[in-house]
Design a protein around this ligand. Sequence first.
Ligand SMILES: Cc1ncc(COP(=O)(O)O)c(C=O)c1O
Length: 387
Amino acid sequence: MAELRQRLAGRLRLDDERPSAIVYDLAQVQARAFELKHALPEFQHCPALKAAPYEALLRHFGGWGFGFEAASFTEGLVAARAWPGAPLLYDSPAKTRTEIARAQALGWVLSANSLDELARTQAPCSLRVNTRTGRGQVAHTSVAVAGSRFGEDFEELPGDLDCAGWHAHIGSQGCTLDQLVLSARRLADLALRHPRTQWLNLGGGLPAQAAYADYAAALRAEVPELFSGRWRVYTEMGRSLLATTARAYTRVEYVRRGVATVHLGADFLLRRVYRPDDWPCPLQPLDGTFALRPGPPCTQTIAGPLCFAGDVLGTVQAPPIAEGDIVEIGLAGAYTASLWSRHCSRRMPPVFGLAADGALQTLSAGESEADLLRLWRQADLPTQAAG
Ligand SMILES: Cc1ncc(COP(=O)(O)O)c(C=O)c1O
């Protein structure tokens, strides 16, 4: 399979009106989805919308038999519109009473984040528990630590709890296989102690390049009860399912003193720019035709378009970059556009899916100037005054 960039040459044009674009390799999305399904066919997989909530992508997953995980009521609405009737897990540490009632009326599988929230529910639901597997490599996405505000400590649960399900998600990217499997083991032990358990939700948390077969083998060895058919088992993968399936392309506007300024920065790569040590980000300069430039490499900095000193994507060793070149950003398929920031009010770029036959489908048109003007507009201003 040719590199994505080679297949984009002549198909994707970046210009002043559209200086950046995100491109999903749809064959790779399917390959990754099926890798998960084949590794763990007994489970109901529910991709986490927070990673990449494009309705067009969700429709692919719905067609492949996936459900969805929503971390807000709005994400739930997006998922329900994309594939009506798909299993929908609803997690969030801040659900209102109204959202809980609406979600339960819609038949979503709700996970209460605390005993207080559990008391607000009517229909059977699950409780999120903190399985205390410890901090992963990325501290600010690690939630299975002492005192975490996510879930109730699994060792401090009241004995008479009557939950339909148990849910744990321990962190993202930096969790080891041992930690992920220990969490599942502790969930299964809870279920064994509570005979009315109907389902378990193992969460997500695997790193971008994780091999699902390794996860499956470890679960089969350490938590065989999950495969007994006794309970429904859900997963909520985000980063591991999608991060590697897309790249972003952004045009170089200026090159000065070894710094190439492009059109995507902390607004798009929020995690990367603010916590560069936690979030690696492959960067590859290309010429304006998506080809690698020949020539001896030198160190150059890739800077974003936002007005603060720290808006830096990283450094590269590459032949000298020129105005009009393109920078390819890897690992762009998860937690990029979905974390979009409004700093400097730049427009979200369009998102495309490159199909196996070479067709470029629009997954999201991105934002127009009118969208931004509408966002910041005083709500009660007469329309004509908006200019
Ligand atoms: C409850 C829950 N489930 C699933 C996920 C997805 O995690 P990941 O993208 O690491 O697989 C997250 C991420 O924050 C989460 O909070």
